[in-house]
Ligand binder design. Structure first.
Ligand code: UD1
Length: 427
């Protein structure tokens, strides 16, 4: 297993280019299953989850072509799908494999997808995806750890009026894709409004889908008989951009973040402002962060977009350890997303956790030690903590971070961080 070694205390200065959004690239790749025609995708981040998604599509008999490895440009062709299955071996490494369920049901009317199971940050069920598909006429059974779904007689899902009990990002995306080829109209209420959902809608529309309401919590999808090929460039990764904004802030540095979408970073920019960190909008795709005169504690609650993203919570906790005063964090999206807190405490942070609330008292001088990454964003929080800790921090299990951050070691080294990857054996 690879590790990161970080020698803290360096001030980060320079320019970082943001990659494409992992959470946008995953659904748009799955959407390529909806058509027999070629789909060309650009700005796909070079991260492990996208390699897993390619394997999944190839397993289903789609042809995935790339011009380099790892790739940011893909051509996906799925003239026929002979193997409508997402096997456990792939699903267990990436929960987002569930995103193939909607397209498979829409295109071939049957699907066999392994149940994702729990993960470090909570139970994360997919019941809302299944309930919505059932409302569209699918017959679903779960047996031997697999979801087995079948469209009604005739092989086509039917439009339905669906009200999600809880806002779900991949659930919204799955049903958008399923409804795009269903018979009649689907109305989806209490839908997710994340920019990645909107990006998927933009691409589906280019394929011929009839969808309205993007950016709002009510989506209307009028099913069509067939969808065609398209070319699409995925949006910048707002979580990667947010992580580098915090990296600039926590090290008291001066970073210019290019190829990003400032409009998607409203909640993060506002929170950094409250912490005393000014963010300058240089132009439509560039932000600049300069270290605060004094970092101050502030409270934060994670919410669905446009609220503060749960995927930025661990990074803000790292920042809060360096801020003067108390920061109360409330995690409203996932029930168990504070595993990084105990690792930060081992580095000397003063954090108390009770249920969904964490209280951080700062500032504390962190000291480097060996810590374990528990999930993708927790790893990012630990990297940020390592950047300001005294001495050396070793982060184990960095395969989590490789799932979603393209070239994080190279990007951080490029702006002056002392971080290296140590290759290990085994998994
Ligand atoms: C997506 C993102 C992930 C982000 C999360 C919340 C992708 C690939 N992943 O995950 O990075 O952290 O949104 O912004 O886009 N829930 C249910 N039943 C369901 C579905 C969800 O109870 O059927 C619950 C979840 O357990 C969680 C909440 O709803 O508490 C939100 O989860 P959801 O938005 O579905 O997260 P993902 O789509 O898995």
């Amino acid at each position: 297993m690879d590790k990161f070694l970080i020698k803290g205390g360096k001030t980060l200065r320079g320019t970082v280019a943001i990659s494409g959004a992992k959470n946008s690239a995953l659904p748009v790749m799955a959407a390529a299953l909806l058509t027999a025609e070629p789909v060309t995708l650009h700005n796909i981040p070079k991260v492990r989850d996208l390699i897993t998604m390619s394997k999944l599509l190839a397993f289903m008999d789609a042809k995935v072509s790339v011009t380099e490895v790892p790739a940011s440009d893909y051509v996906i062709e799925a003239p026929s799908l002979n193997h409508a299955e997402a096997p456990y071996e792939l699903v267990k490494t990436m929960r987002a494999s569930i995103l193939t369920l909607g397209p498979l049901m829409a295109r071939v009317g049957v699907a066999r997808v392994s149940l994702p199971g729990g993960c470090a940050i909570g139970a994360r069920p997919v019941d809302l995806h299944l309930k919505a598909l059932e409302q569209m006429g699918a017959e679903i059974i779960t047996s031997h750890g697999y979801i087995e779904a079948r469209a009604p007689k005739g092989g086509r899902l039917k439009g339905a009026h669906i009200v999600f009990e809880k806002i779900t990002v991949t659930g919204t995306e799955n049903i958008l894709m399923a409804a795009a080829l269903a018979e009649g109209e689907t109305v989806l209420e209490h839908a997710a409004r994340e920019p990645e959902v909107t990006d998927l809608i933009v691409m589906l529309r280019k394929m011929g889908a009839q969808i309205s309401g993007d950016g709002s919590s009510t989506l209307r999808i009028r099913g069509v008989q067939r969808l065609g090929g398209t070319e699409h460039t995925v949006i910048p990764d707002r979580i990667e951009a947010g992580t580098f904004l915090v990296a600039g802030a926590i090290t008291g540095g001066d970073l210019t973040i290019t190829h990003c979408e400032p409009e998607h970073l409203g909640a993060v920019i506002a929170k950094l402002g409250q912490a005393g960190v000014p963010i300058e909008t240089v132009n439509k795709t560039t932000l600049r962060v300069r270290g605060a005169k004094k970092l101050v504690g502030s409270d934060m609650t994670t919410e669905e977009y446009p609220g503060f993203a749960t995927d930025m919570q661990a990074q803000f906790m790292a920042l809060a350890t360096q801020a003067e005063g108390t920061s109360a964090i409330t995690e409203k999206i996932f029930e168990n997303r504070y595993l990084h807190a105990s690792e930060m405490m081992r580095m000397g942070a003063n954090i108390s956790v009770e249920g969904r609330r964490a209280v951080v008292h700062g500032p504390t001088q962190l000291s480097g030690t060996t810590v374990q990454a528990s999930d993708l964003r927790a790893s990012a929080g630990l990297v940020l903590a390592g950047l300001v800790a005294g001495g050396e921090t070793t982060i184990e299990r960095v395969y989590h971070i490789d799932r979603g951050y393209e070239g994080i070691v190279e990007k951080l080294r490029g702006v002056g961080a002392d971080i290296e990857r140590v290759h290990g054996s085994g998994s």
